[in-house]
Write a protein that binds this ligand. Structure first.
Ligand SMILES: Cc1ncc(COP(=O)(O)O)c(C=O)c1O
Length: 375
């Protein structure tokens, strides 16, 4: 019998929605790209200077049985293939929106875990749980009570918590980001992930970090050593210098960690108002680069958009919007496991970490859309 050349763990994870939607966006002329999560403004000057300095300096340029992993949905889509590639088995539990009272703003903090359902996902085979706060794509910032629930279950079942906190500085409306590792009994079982891309608006630099106890970090170092090994020294040096600069300004109005969320909150508010003008219903995020918006009204009004019969509605809607309205977003169902995609097929994600000219271009597209709506 012929050998199977493709590993079974690749089944189902070989399709990449990013490739599909980025291609679609680039094929249409004159599309405002609010889909992908990257800032289209420059990073702060101090970070660029640190990079230039690093480039011109001398910085040593040469250089198991299946574990069950609980993933909270919606989730940054690479967690699932990463778990599968590592030989683990993802177990999903969804944040669900609670109904809002009339007049009450629709907020990402209304998306919550059911404590009984969450507890039911933990078994003797559960090795790890992946948490993401502030969450991509919802923009939800987990509250202390929610984190305490997750923490107590991790401790009860001796589970490692992998927490992705790359948006930790991007928190709005006075909300506070809390690291789960700071809760009692959590440091020794938590790996906390951060990204210079999100911290200093340099998503292309690909420098990040993990904080945790040595007992866990030693395993991570082995993987790191034998996979990526290293990333460009200059990028690391520039990030280190940027942190030193931030330490000097910490908590003051001159701090980038103070200025960036203020700027991004203004972008968020701008986008919310603009989207509402065409009947989209944004869910107000407390953090991150993203907001999701409810498209149920469109689903009711135009249910038969072109696309494959089994294609979730949000995917068909985004394709329609790129083609007909010149606006690119990302379907939210891609942030859910396959069995749950149909349930969450009436939201799309917009990225608001954009400069003013992009937001003005968005406004023009939305104004045109609005004019077409009025008979
Ligand atoms: C939740 C989350 N984690 C991690 C990343 C990866 O960040 P970076 O590429 O800056 O390391 C992203 C990027 O979009 C993200 O949204």
């Amino acid at each position: 019998m012929a050998k199977r050349l493709r590993a079974r763990r690749l089944d189902g994870i070989d399709h990449n929605p990013w490739v599909e939607f980025v291609k679609l966006t680039s094929e249409e002329a004159d599309v405002v790209n609010l889909g992908q999560g990257f800032p289209d403004f420059s990073p702060p000057e101090f970070a660029v200077e640190a990079f230039q300095h690093a480039v011109s300096g001398d910085f040593m340029l040469n250089q198991y049985t299946k574990a069950f992993v609980i993933i909270i949905e919606p989730f940054f889509d690479c967690y699932e293939p990463m778990t599968l590639m590592a030989g683990g088995r993802p177990v999903f539990v969804s944040l669900k929106p609670s109904s809002t009272q009339k007049g009450e703003p629709n907020s990402s903090s209304n998306w919550q875990l059911d404590p009984t359902e969450l507890a039911s996902k933990f078994t003797s085979r559960t090795k790890a749980l992946i948490l993401n706060t502030p969450n991509n794509p919802l923009g939800k910032v987990f509250s202390r009570e929610e984190l305490e629930l997750v923490a107590s279950l991790c401790q009860q079942h001796d589970v490692v918590c992998i927490t992705d906190e790359v948006y930790q500085w991007l928190v709005f409306d006075g909300f506070q980001h809390i690291s789960i590792a700071s809760l009692p009994g959590m440091w020794e079982r938590t790996l906390t992930i951060g990204s210079a891309g999100k911290t200093f608006s340099v998503t292309g630099w690909k420098v990040g970090w993990v904080l945790g106890p040595d007992s866990l970090m030693k395993h991570l170092r082995t993987v790191h050593q034998n996979s990526i090994y290293h990333c460009a020294t200059q990028g690391q040096a520039a990030v280190a210098q940027s942190f030193e600069r931030e330490q000097l300004h910490f908590g003051q109005p001159s701090s980038y960690f103070v200025q960036l969320p203020q700027y991004i909150q203004r972008c968020r508010d701008h986008m919310i108002q603009s989207l509402q003008s065409v009947g989209l219903r944004p869910v107000i995020p407390q953090g991150s680069y993203f907001l999701i918006t409810d498209i149920s009204d469109f689903k009711n009004k135009m249910p038969d958009l072109p696309g494959a019969a089994d294609e979730p509605y949000d995917r068909r809607f985004v394709k329609w919007m790129i083609k007909n309205k010149g606006l690119a977003a990302i379907p939210v169902s891609i942030f859910f496991s396959v069995p749950h995609r149909k349930i969450f097929d009436h939201y799309i994600r917009f990225c608001f970490v954009k400069d003013e000219s992009t937001l003005r271009a968005m406004d023009q597209k939305l104004q045109k859309w609005k004019a077409e709506l009025t008979p």
